[in-house]
Design a protein around this ligand. Structure first.
Ligand SMILES: [Zn+2]
Ligand SMILES: [Zn+2]
Length: 143
């Protein structure tokens, strides 16, 4: 995975300007494993930069996504979650608390098969596991 400083350098050559707020958003996304929502990112960055707006958060997320430095995980009606690791990988979602964790496993090699059978140009695929996380399981047993 790229470091913030390398991403900043790459984007600078593409003419993208980085304010300290934008940099803080990027750094948070790279360091957290929590797959935060835009609002969680906002709360985190606001602690350091009280003047930051939710609009800046969304602008920055869109810009990072456009340049391929961010994955957006959308869940229908629920808020999207954001992942600073843009390479395709799998996720496990807790249906009790909504926690999303990475599951590192070699990617299933089906894109070519789907392309051959469907006529679609396949650009990628998404797979998710649903369940109850260890913390929620513990709570269930206590109650
Ligand atoms: Zn849970
Ligand atoms: Zn992830």
């Amino acid at each position: 995975m790229l470091e913030a400083i390398e991403i900043l350098k790459q984007l600078k050559t593409k003419g993208v300007r980085f304010t300290p707020q934008r940099q803080a958003i990027l750094e948070f996304l790279l360091e957290t494993k929590s797959h935060p929502t835009a609002d969680e990112i906002y709360q985190h960055v606001k602690a350091k930069f009280p003047g930051v707006s939710l609009g800046t958060i969304y602008n920055t997320l869109n810009m990072l996504k456009e340049h391929g430095h961010l994955l957006e995980l959308s869940y229908g009606d629920m808020s999207s979650r954001f992942d600073g690791n843009p390479r395709n990988h799998y996720h496990i979602v807790c249906s009790k608390c909504g926690m999303v964790v990475d599951y590192h496993s070699p990617l299933i090699d089906m894109d070519q098969e789907v392309m051959d059978n469907s006529g679609f140009l396949i650009m990628g695929h998404r797979m998710e596991f649903y369940g109850v996380c260890p913390d929620c399981l513990k709570d269930e047993k206590l109650n």
